[in-house]
Design a protein. Structure first.
Ligand SMILES: [Fe+2]
Ligand SMILES: [Fe+2]
Length: 210
């Protein structure tokens, strides 16, 4: 177990990302990911597709925010490209794409969304920042244990998901009429709970394998 922690390449992560997340991914999750390489890649593909779809829905909903629209349009394209890259890698490895139920993670965060604007948007953007940051951290944690091809791919993803985290956080600050630090702390704590709690299913964003 210590080998996993010692090998974590934190230097690949954007500054401040590990402080933004309230806890590190548990070693038990990393072990489960390495024991379930097919599930990991299939759910990873789903996450990329979902990330594109979230960006698209913001693009439709908030047409009065030019910077948000530009960023979400770029994000949707980039996430779909990641999706295609994962699917291609799966095909090369003989992994057949199939539907997987969603993990409790995103819904566990979205259930705390406030109803009134602009706070609803601010919350969605903070959650986006957390999901991107966690994905980034998990890719970095996995890299030392992967084959060269997958490690190289994930190294590239650490960079882009790290940028997405920064963009979401910047957009959240821009959309908010007041400081968002309390709200960031609130969601970071909910996120850490989901990561630390036992989970019966393994997914890219699942908790500690039960
Ligand atoms: Fe992505
Ligand atoms: Fe992303």
């Amino acid at each position: 177990m210590t080998a996993i922690s010692a090998a974590a390449p934190d230097d690949l992560l954007p500054a401040g990302l590990l402080d933004f997340l309230n806890c590190a991914t548990p070693d038990a999750w990393v072990e489960a990911a390495l024991a379930n390489p097919e599930l990991l890649l299939i759910d990873h593909a789903q996450c990329e597709k979902k990330a594109a779809s979230t960006a698209m829905s913001l693009l439709y909903r908030y047409v009065d925010r030019p910077l948000l629209m530009t960023k979400m349009s770029q994000l949707a394209r980039e996430e779909l490209l990641h999706f295609e890259q994962v699917v291609k890698l799966m095909e090369a490895r003989g992994i057949v794409y199939r539907h997987l139920s969603a993990s409790r993670y995103a819904e566990g965060l979205r259930r705390h969304l406030r109803g009134e604007e602009p706070w609803r948007l601010v919350d969605i953007l903070i959650i986006g920042a957390l999901i991107e940051a966690r994905s980034c951290e998990r890719f970095a944690r996995l890299i030392p244990h992967l084959d060269d091809e997958l490690a190289k791919f994930y190294r590239g993803l650490v960079k882009s998901e790290g940028r997405h985290y920064e963009d979401y956080l910047m957009l959240a600050r821009q959309a908010a009429p007041a400081a968002i630090e309390d709200r960031v702390a609130f969601f970071a704590e909910r996120e850490a709970e989901l990561i630390r709690m036992p989970d019966t299913v393994f997914r890219f964003h699942s908790g500690v394998p039960a």
